[in-house]
Design a binder for this molecule. Structure first.
Ligand code: FAD
Length: 324
């Protein structure tokens, strides 16, 4: 049977939004090919998140238990995932292309000697074979990928699929004693991102600033527009390298891959490495004083103008509209 095992993620026992999307998509695919969806959930204190998975079509949730798994890393979870795959024999293993998902799945595919399609933007299953689409060459082309080997493994970008309407189903919870194997690196601690801000990878709206913003103080202008739009704050690498904002805000090839409904690029030229991280955004608004800036070729709406005039004016307009 073509069962699908997904790697779900949570923070403080709250299921990540992208895991609900993944569960919903897996349930749709499994329904079409007569299989079941199961999930594995790492970390501590995850019972509520595990139960939540049932509402999105997951029938069984595996809960590996070991003191070393309290803080998850791709390294310590990989052997556990591979042991689970060897026992349960799912036809497919899917995870989100999050930092954890990418790390875990690459290590696990190597251990399992099977193929992995990473950072995919579409998935279907035909005749027991997954058909996956993934951007290549910095997003300039899309490759269609099929996987040799078993299980067929893939990571999928967040924000691709709608969050399904939750049902009232309860999954079977399967705690088990796991054997993580030796690790060479441990997570010493984690810290929260700025309070109230959604992680970029999950954000539905993003306002990003580039080199043109000019300073960390001026980033307040970007943050104000983001707050008005209830968006998260992104940045180009030039802005990060200049110290205007921390690296966890960087969008692009060496930053985060985002897939929001709305992406507002302020004073960003649109270098290929930046586009690689945001080109699948649904609606792109670009503000740049150079009408020839490459970002305009990817923009649905372009404003040729000075960000120091346009961004505050937009913020005022958004606040006014939302208060009406
Ligand atoms: P610039 O290219 O300098 O563009 C600034 C823009 O602001 C210009 O278009 C200008 O017209 C406009 N502007 C200036 N003043 C104003 C104003 N007052 N009002 C309106 N517009 C104004 N980059 C990333 O972003 N993310 C990555 O992950 C990334 N990874 C990389 C990996 C590698 C291996 C390499 C080689 C490069 C990478 N880069 C990445 C860097 C990338 O090539 C660009 O250098 C970078 O994206 C440029 O950032 P920017 O658009 O903010 O700056």
């Amino acid at each position: 049977m073509a069962d699908i095992l997904i790697v779900a993620e949570h923070a403080d026992d709250k299921l990540k939004r992208y895991s609900t999307e993944l569960a919903g998509k897996a349930a749709e695919l499994a329904g079409a090919c007569g299989g079941l969806v199961t999930a594995v959930l790492f970390g501590e204190k995850r019972e509520a998140a595990a139960m939540e998975l049932g509402r999105f079509g997951v029938k069984k949730v595996f809960l590996p238990e070991h003191a070393d798994l309290a803080s998850c890393s791709g390294e310590n979870c990989s052997k556990v995932l591979c042991d689970l795959v060897a026992k349960e024999k799912p036809a497919f293993v899917f995870a989100t292309a999050s930092t954890f998902g990418r790390d875990l799945m690459a290590r696990s595919a190597m251990r399992l000697r099977t193929g992995l399609a990473s950072d995919c933007v579409a998935v279907s299953v035909e005749g027991g074979r997954a058909k996956l689409r993934r951007p290549v060459f910095g997003g300039k082309a899309v490759a269609e990928v099929a996987i040799d080997g078993s299980p067929q493994m893939a990571t999928l970008r967040p924000n691709l699929f709608p969050v399904p309407a939750p049902a009232s189903n309860e999954p079977e919870l399967v705690p088990f004693a796991a054997e993580p194997g030796p690790v060479r690196a441990r997570v010493a601690g984690t810290s929260d991102a700025e309070s109230g801000m959604v992680d970029l990878a999950e954000a539905d709206r993003i306002v990003s600033g580039g080199r043109a913003v000019g300073s960390a103080e001026n980033f307040t202008m970007i943050k104000d527009l983001a707050a008005a739009l209830r968006a998260s704050v992104g940045a180009s690498r030039a802005a990060v390298d200049a110290g205007f904002i921390s690296h966890d805000h960087q969008v692009g090839q060496t930053g985060k891959t985002v897939n929001p409904t709305l992406y507002v690029a302020c004073g960003i030229s649109g270098a290929i490495q930046h586009l690689a991280g945001m080109r699948t955004s649904k609606v792109v608004v670009a503000i740049n004083r150079d009408p020839e800036a490459p970002i305009f070729s990817k923009a649905d709406y372009g404003i040729v103008g000075d960000i120091f005039k346009v961004v505050p004016a937009l913020t005022r307009a958004v606040r006014r509209l939302l208060s009406e």
